[in-house]
Design a binder for this molecule. Structure first.
Ligand SMILES: Cc1cc2nc3c(=O)[nH]c(=O)nc-3n(C[C@H](O)[C@H](O)[C@H](O)COP(=O)(O)OP(=O)(O)OC[C@H]3O[C@@H](n4cnc5c(N)ncnc54)[C@H](O)[C@@H]3O)c2cc1C
Length: 564
């Protein structure tokens, strides 16, 4: 017997970016919404522990670094980089095997404007040609876009901590009820089908921290618990589906994708160093943007290249041989006991990794050599990043007098069936089976890194602007050592037109269900070059519109017609 019953028109599980957007969009459209969040206003390590996985996966970040059980979810940790998927991501490509999007780019693009408003990253334009104040300059003088482009932009949000920025609105929007400290542990399907022949959810089971049981009933249910947790909830719902709900064709938990993010090359420009646009710029609204190298879609098709980008980065802060007072200062701050206050722990650990053991004396020497410059940087950065209200500078960049910069490769992680998560027999404190991850990267993922660098090198040499060098003799070995993921969780409840090919349909409903939806990047059949959140927010807005129209009975219009 449940100790408590809750009822609403729509029940949304998880108050991360996706859940907050779906809930607020629906409540503003006049619907009654119950938003169930496992965490609370503040971080609680005991809550966080509920999401820990089992075993060791050499390619996976600890869940404590990759997720956050708190209102706002992982947006409490995120950097705020906002990038859309590209039209080519939605094309049928042999490169991605049998993964096929059941929607096109044009189905989602209309939602990007509202996604950008939610993320607070300015206008949804992502190329300098559409931003007049940036269009007149190029990354290096004389650069011309061709096979390789240097005009695509990433935008940066505040960074928007969804739980903080929308806290007030969550509490005062009529029709919306936020229930915190309540963890959904099972989706219970009804026996028999609906009048349309589809299956229906009977109720959700949720639990307070003390284990007491709450029964949640609604007309529509949206799982927005994050990529792995939404997948886990479906696996845990095995009362009538022993292999997990939505696992009708064996795809639940499969096709787990992250991104291929590695640093194995360096660019040397032959242009005047002071003219290189190596850092952030701001558009006319003051939003931070940054240029990146990307690859023309036709080149991607002919080269069989996964969608990928390259951008300029600082020298490794931990390697004092860089000789920069600013970089050494940053290293010393991050390595200090206060380091965890400045950036998310995962990012801090990433910065502290150095090839050589850190030599503190050398770092101090770098700082002392350039004390005035370092002090000026420290005051400016402290103000722009931590003290200034509203929009914060997303990072810092140090100009290279030699005009040479390491490159970060950020590429599509190709879908592989053996890259997966699976439920185990180990239960968390509320009785949910914990997951084990097997994040797998293939030789194609690795080979793409070399090719992308070679193509940028070719373009620079043809234009007489510079060249690219590899940092390692064994490039592929270095790539393999750096392959790591968990922040961008995609693929494990992938969408597919045919139930035989995936878990969700084109409207994010679990195949076969009329009333159960998943709002998560786990729905993405491919991973793009783009970090996942911006596209996820566009899908969340689209889902809210679909549900609203559906609930209002306007002919129960699907956002996309789903084949019967
Ligand atoms: C360090 C870091 C940096 C990142 N930087 C970027 C970036 O720059 N750009 C980008 O695009 N992305 C970035 N990301 C990824 C981004 O944070 C996620 O894509 C985004 O937060 C996903 O939103 P979500 O709502 O799907 O899930 P989440 O943010 O994971 O939110 C899920 C919510 O559901 C709750 N929940 C979980 N299980 C249950 C349950 N059973 N019952 C009730 N509630 C539950 C959780 O407590 C949480 O609040 C970063 C992530 C990390 C960790």
């Amino acid at each position: 017997m449940p100790e408590q019953r809750l009822e609403s028109e729509v029940a949304v599980v998880g108050a991360g970016p996706a859940g907050i957007i779906v809930a607020l969009e629906l409540a503003r459209a006049g619907h009654r919404v119950l938003l169930i969040e496992s965490g609370g206003e503040r971080f609680d390590p005991q809550r966080q522990e509920l999401g820990e996985t089992v075993g060791t996966d050499p390619h996976h970040d600890a869940m404590s670094l990759a997720t956050r059980r708190q209102i706002g979810g992982a947006s409490n940790l995120w950097g705020g980089r906002c990038v859309p998927f590209d039209p080519i991501d939605f094309e049928d490509r042999e490169l991605v095997g049998e993964a096929r999007w059941p929607v096109g780019y044009d189905d989602v693009a209309p939602y990007m404007e509202r996604a950008a408003e939610w993320c607070r990253c300015g206008e949804p334009v992502f190329n300098t040609a559409e931003v007049p104040e940036l269009a007149g300059r190029t990354l290096v003088p004389g650069w011309k876009d061709g096979d390789v482009r240097a005009s695509d932009l990433e935008r940066w949000s505040l960074p928007t901590r969804f739980g903080t920025v929308y806290r007030e609105v969550l509490h005062r929007t009529p029709g919306l009820r936020l229930a915190t400290g309540l963890t959904c542990t099972e989706v219970v399907p009804a026996e028999g089908g609906s009048e349309h022949g589809g299956r229906k959810v009977d109720h959700l089971v949720a639990r307070h921290a003390d284990g007491s049981r709450v029964e949640v009933r609604a007309q529509r249910y949206v799982l927005a618990a994050g990529g792995l947790e939404s997948t886990r909830l479906l696996f845990a719902s095995r009362r009538r589906d022993p292999d997990g709900l939505g696992n009708h064709s064996g795809h639940l938990g499969r096709w787990y994708m992250a991104h291929v993010e590695v640093r194995v090359g360096r660019v040397r420009f032959d242009t005047p160093p002071e003219a290189t646009l190596y850092s952030h710029e701001r558009d006319r609204e003051g939003v931070y943007v940054r240029r990146r190298f990307s690859f023309d879609p036709e080149l991607q098709r002919t080269e069989w290249l996964p969608n990928s980008v390259l951008w300029l980065v600082n020298e490794e802060v931990g390697n004092a041989a860089h000789g920069s007072g600013v970089l050494s200062f940053v290293y010393l701050m991050l390595a200090s006991p206060l380091g965890g206050r400045f950036v998310a722990e995962g990012i801090r650990q990433h910065h502290l990794q150095a090839l050589e053991p850190p030599r503190l004396r050398d770092h101090f020497r770098n700082v002392l050599r350039d004390l005035p410059g370092t002090a000026a940087f420290a005051f400016r950065f402290a103000y722009e990043r931590f003290l200034r209200r509203g929009r914060k500078v997303p990072g810092f960049f140090v100009r290279s007098p030699a005009n040479t910069y390491p490159l970060c490769y950020h590429g599509e992680h190709l879908p592989h069936r053996q890259s997966r998560v699976e439920p185990t027999d180990e239960l968390d404190a509320l009785g949910m089976p914990r997951l084990r991850t097997h994040l797998h990267f293939s030789d194609l993922d690795v080979a793409a890194v070399r090719r992308a660098h070679e193509l940028l090198d070719r373009s620079l040499r043809e234009q007489g602007l510079g060249r690219v060098e590899f940092l390692y003799d064994d490039v592929e070995g270095a790539v393999r050592e750096q392959l790591f993921g968990g922040y961008h969780q995609s693929g494990t409840t992938r969408m597919a037109a045919d139930p035989a090919d995936g878990v969700l349909d084109a409207n994010l409903a679990v195949h076969g269900f009329d009333d159960l939806f998943v709002a998560s990047s786990s729905a993405f059949p491919t991973s793009s070059q783009a970090n996942s959140t911006f596209m996820l927010t566009a899908f969340a807005v689209r889902l809210a519109d679909h549900l609203s129209a559906d609930l209002e009975g306007q002919g129960a219009r699907p956002a996309v017609e789903v084949a019967a």
